[in-house]
Design a protein around this ligand. Structure first.
Ligand code: DTR
Ligand code: ZN
Ligand code: ZN
Ligand code: CA
Length: 435
């Protein structure tokens, strides 16, 4: 799939905004300022988890729909948001003979016709306190909302957060919310970000493979950390993004894994224990505050803030110039045939520059196996990497190529070949930036 996406920003304005450390720069015509997201303090997120644990302990050991622990959880989250200046609404529904609650929190301001939503289910199963499932998503979403308040963020879009009831009974709360939203209101939601299980003790780093812009935003964040991600494949229909997706709203999200088993290849790139579930306490009484991987929770909380800040200000991390990229993953066969990722450059007059920027992100466990070439539309070959790097992981680099003899428009290919056995990987993204 080729998704050449020409984006044009004025580099000076974008870089100035970044240099000012997150002030919303004045966007000049044809440019958009980027806003640097804050670090979300892990200690704050863990404190919310400790509070949710205490609530479960004081209410029969769980925070399940229809139980006192759930209502106490909703009241806990609502109080913090009210104190932070949010406009909160408790939406009630009935399921299995019990009253359920959704909490909706609107951050005042922004374009009411462009609503960016983020949400997490707050209920647990009856068998335990549900700290990873889904205190982790709820707490990280809460802390991000509080960070918006601390920053007094004034995003282009209107920000709305949701905490859903009765997800464990079948996405009941989120379905109720979407189904009871007038179509005119649904059409204003430009995106819904879902966070359900983001602190798993044996974590994976999965990004929902739904809306490409939202997916790319999360991939950009993790690429910046040099952490490979995988697309979340079995998630369709399995959490609260489903009702939004079914209503035609762009969705995305993050997931650190549940009862599925981590493979050896996943353990190789992410650490942790292969042959063991991402979360051995999934839906169990041991899903307590001890059932959290702090690194995963920290990274995912920061990724949530990165996405909220960048998707609500209508920018992504500013490239300098016009960018064409392909983010489709292309598997590189071990010691096998070369594979390619293609971008179709259009609308650029004349020849390519002598300083063509070639962004390469290849996830691999032994880059000394690799030969990487840039192939111009006329077939000219520019070698970027030739078996150097030894056992180092991943190529995440921007090369500068003198392509001034090449016509700019046309199909440019990144060719990758693995020429030694054992280690292997995939092309995560290929990007060309024209000044
Ligand atoms: N259904 C969720 C956990 C879950 C399982 N697979 C996925 C994929 C994507 C998001 C969440 C999940 C729950 O038990 O709450
Ligand atoms: Zn669950
Ligand atoms: Zn869940
Ligand atoms: Ca190899």
């Amino acid at each position: 799939m080729n998704i050449s996406v020409p984006r044009r920003v004025t580099a000076a304005a974008a870089l100035a905004a970044l240099a000012l450390g997150g002030l919303t720069g004045t966007a000049s015509a044809g440019s958009q300022a980027a806003v640097a997201a804050p670090d979300i303090p892990l200690a704050n997120v863990k404190q919310h988890l400790a509070d949710l644990q205490s609530i479960a302990t004081a209410n029969g050991g769980n925070r399940a729909h229809g139980r006192t622990g759930y209502k106490a959880s909703i009241d806990f989250v609502k109080a913090k948001l009210d104190a932070a200046g949010y406009t909160t609404t408790l939406q009630t529904f009935t399921s299995s003979g019990a009253t359920g609650y959704n909490l909706i929190a609107d951050w005042p301001g922004g374009d009411p016709n462009q609503v960016l939503m983020a949400g997490s289910h707050l209920d647990s199963v009856t068998s335990g306190p549900g700290i990873n499932d889904n205190g982790s998503g709820s707490a990280a979403t809460l802390e991000t909302a509080l960070a918006v308040s601390r920053a007094q963020l004034q995003p282009t879009k209107h920000l709305r957060f949701g905490w859903w009831g009765a997800e464990e009974l079948g996405l009941i709360g989120s379905k109720y919310y979407v189904n009871n939203l007038p179509a005119s209101e649904r059409s204003k939601i430009s995106g819904y970000l879902n966070f359900d299980m983001i602190g798993s003790p044996n974590p994976g780093y999965f990004v929902y493979d739904d809306d490409p812009t939202i997916e790319q935003t999360f991939k950009d964040y993790y690429a910046g950390l040099g952490i490979p991600t995988e697309i979340e494949t079995e998630g369709d229909g399995r959490s609260d993004h489903a009702p939004f997706k079914n209503a035609g709203i762009p969705v995305g999200g993050l997931f650190s894994g549940a009862d599925y088993t981590k493979t050896a290849a996943q353990a190789q790139k992410w650490g942790g224990t292969s042959g063991q579930a991402f979360d051995r306490c999934y839906h169990s009484s041991c899903d307590t505050t001890a059932n959290i991987n702090d690194t995963a929770l920290d990274r995912n909380a920061d990724a949530i803030a990165y996405a909220i800040w960048n998707l609500s200000t209508g920018t992504t991390t500013p490239p300098t110039g016009t960018v064409f990229e392909n983010t489709a993953d292309v598997s590189v066969p071990d010691n096998g045939a070369a594979v390619t990722s293609t971008v179709n450059v259009t609308g650029v007059t004349g020849n390519a520059p002598s300083t063509l920027k070639v962004g390469v992100n290849i996830v691999h466990t032994y880059i000394g196996d690799l030969v990487v070439d840039l192939i111009a539309p006329d077939g000219s070959v520019y070698n970027l990497h030739n078996r150097s790097g030894g056992s180092a992981d991943n190529i995440n680099q921007t090369y500068t190529v003198n392509a001034s003899s090449e016509v700019a428009n046309g199909a440019w290919k990144l060719r990758v070949q693995d020429k030694a056995s054992v280690d292997t990987g995939y092309v995560n993204s290929f990007k060309l930036t024209f000044p």
